[in-house]
Design a protein around this ligand. Structure first.
Ligand code: ZN
Length: 630
């Protein structure tokens, strides 16, 4: 699970313009080259009809004026990863420097896999743009800049607008995971037919985390990521094996080899072994992760709303998983700031003991014993693919593997990775501007950017607490509730952590006020925008409990001592909903507090007035240089 920057705006699934203009879509029926695999004889008979536009069928969607606005440096804000000559890089041993070269090459390969999983037209459209740019087309150049920032043709911005870069080509409902012409109702019906036909194994493959679904006559068929992206995965594995030859840390090298193996074979156990090793890495000079997170698949999460299909799957013993989006992180572990992070570790059992209803479930972290959780703060060379896609926000930290992964079942732990360059991206001037716009001047002294990092530490660790089973039954509300739980845990434990000396009383106040302010958003989200919804829910509840007040000028005042008790109430509710395993309970809970009222609107107006930012972009100068070296 991840958390992002930008007033905690996270990954979003928004399809406000679904199913419109379908007839405008450039179309040509042919075998989709992205999905044709050499050497897969068993798949040769599959009827793989896909809609793949020719280059000349694409057209730019945004006007010159809109493109100029959206690529302005104050609107598309750049965050820079490590540069050539960075001291963090220079002080590495030669073997680790050499290994980094191969790691960024692996990351660059993964970037393309992400693009395919996101939308099968991404790469053809990118090629179209690059061709136009080479002929001097300025609009194409600006469109390409946006494409590279959001890493795809379609993405939401900070004000909840869906940005569509190719004319007549809105975001496909099933992303790149499902056939573009497949709707949810047909998806459900095909699965019902296949189950009636006794095709349990095939259905289970379609509903796992790691397959792209294609049509096969009137059925569907799953192609494992390691099969459909075989060439790319093999090339990545080659790079990881090269890195393992020169990196100076034996544990890291062992992980490299296990991860390479997981890319080469179609076997979830290979992933589990790689994940298990990865989660133990604490004292390594380098950081490399293939991130697998499942926020983007609305087809799987729609199944919980179909009682007939849900019952059939349950009877067949098939669990529904949302599909993984893939990302890649390459960095250098910052030892000093990692030591700060580790201070929370000894309190994890106490936090586990404070979780509501904890006699009713087993937690990843037990109230007694070793927490099996590592944590590192990382200076980044690159965030590629899903975890670096700037879509309203970008990943600030991640706690992996998620509970749907097999490594946890074979006794593996979890690892938190924090992204320094993302967190340090904002300037003090920008922070002051924001405070002037939205926070009671008396309380400016409590706002501290570093406190947002402390809040994030609590958030990530809370992901390792609470119920681990049955959360998928909450369908499209699963992610909202889980992220909400992590936020509320972070605040709930503050008094205990302050008493235990982890935070000073002053730091406690800073965390509370900074959290409350950062929860206000620039625009009303859609219910489909899972990760923004929870911020609105919390603000609504905090106002109801008298913990936050907003005056008629849209200025926030935080009643500091009321925040922790309110958070504890919400944490209880969140866990209760998770334990219910009932999508209707989740819906009721979310609807009760997901209310965008005039308080939210007044603060949003103030935030919009001071920030022109609509999206961001990550620049990776050192990684780009290394990727081009032999
Ligand atoms: Zn999270």
């Amino acid at each position: 699970m991840e958390i992002q920057n930008n007033f905690k705006i996270n990954k979003i699934n928004a399809n406000p313009i679904q199913n419109t203009n379908k007839t405008n879509k450039p179309s040509e029926t042919e075998n989709n080259p992205e999905k044709v695999m050499a050497g897969l004889d068993s798949l040769a008979s599959i009827n793989r009809i896909a809609v793949t536009p020719k280059k000349e069928d694409f057209a730019l969607n945004l006007s010159t004026e809109e493109l100029k606005k959206r690529t302005d440096k104050d609107v598309l804000v750049t965050t820079e990863m490590l540069k050539p000559g960075a001291p963090e890089y220079e002080k590495l041993d030669a073997g680790d420097k050499e290994a980094l070269k191969h790691l960024v090459k692996a990351g660059k390969i993964l970037e393309n896999i992400h693009l395919k999983l996101d939308n099968e037209n991404n790469i053809p459209f990118k090629n179209f743009l690059e061709d136009k740019v080479s002929k001097g087309d300025k609009d194409a150049e600006m469109t390409l800049k946006l494409f590279n920032a959001q890493k795809g043709m379609n993405a939401i911005d900070t004000e909840s607008n869906m940005v569509v870069l190719a004319k007549g080509m809105p975001e496909p409902e099933g992303k790149g995971f499902y056939p573009q012409d497949l709707g949810k109702e047909e998806f459900h019906n095909i699965l019902i037919n296949m189950l009636n036909n006794g095709e349990k194994e095939e259905v289970a493959q379609i509903l796992n985390q790691r397959s792209v679904v294609v049509r096969n006559g009137d059925k569907l068929e799953a192609l494992d990521y390691t099969e459909i992206y075989k060439e790319d995965f093999q090339a990545m594995a080659d790079e990881l094996e090269k890195a393992a030859k020169t990196s100076t840390n034996q544990d890291f090298n062992e992980y490299m080899k296990l991860q390479a193996q997981a890319l080469r074979v179609s076997d979830p156990m290979a992933d589990a072994l790689a994940d298990k090793k990865w989660a133990t890495l604490q004292d390594t000079p380098l950081e490399f992760t293939i991130t697998r997170e499942s926020y983007d698949d609305t087809f799987s999460t729609s199944i919980s709303e179909n009682p007939k299909l849900s019952k059939m799957l349950e009877d067949a013993g098939i669990r529904v998983y949302a599909k993984d989006s893939l990302g890649c992180r390459v960095g250098i572990v910052n030892k000093e700031s990692t030591d700060d992070l580790l201070k929370i570790k000894k309190f994890l059992p106490k936090m586990a003991a404070m979780m509501p209803y904890n006699d009713q479930y087993e937690q990843n972290i037990k109230p007694e014993g070793d927490s099996k959780q590592t944590m590192v703060d990382v200076d980044l060379l690159m965030l590629a693919g899903d975890c670096g896609a700037y879509r309203g926000g970008v990943t600030l930290a991640e706690n992996l593997p998620n509970d749907d992964k097999m490594s946890l079942a074979i006794g593996g732990g979890r690892r938190n990775v924090y992204h320094r360059q993302i967190r340090l991206g904002t300037t003090p001037e920008k922070v002051q501007q924001k405070l002037d716009a939205v926070l009671d001047p008396e309380q400016h002294k409590y706002y501290n950017q570093e406190a947002d990092h402390w809040f994030t530490i609590g958030h990530e660790n809370t992901h390792s607490l609470g119920p681990t089973q049955g959360r998928e039954k909450l369908g499209k509300y699963e992610a909202i509730i889980e992220e909400h739980k992590a936020d509320m845990g972070s605040i709930s434990f503050l008094d205990m952590l302050t008493k235990e000396g982890m935070y000073t009383p002053e730091q406690r106040e800073q965390i509370i006020v900074s959290y409350a302010v950062d929860n206000f958003l620039k625009a009303k989200p859609e219910l489909t925008q899972a990760h923004r919804v929870r911020s609105v829910m919390q603000t609504q509840f905090m106002i109801k409990e008298g913990a936050i007040e907003v005056n008629d000028k849209g200025k926030i005042h935080v009643n500091i001592d009321k925040v922790v008790p309110a958070a504890q109430k919400m944490l209880s509710e969140a866990v209760r909903v998770q334990l219910s395993r009932d999508v209707n309970e989740a819906e009721k809970y979310v609807n009760e507090y997901f209310v965008w009222d005039e308080n939210c609107e007044k603060v949003a107006e103030n935030l919009k007035a001071i920030s022109k930012k609509l999206n961001g972009s990550i620049e990776t100068p050192l990684a780009d240089k290394l990727a081009n070296e032999e």
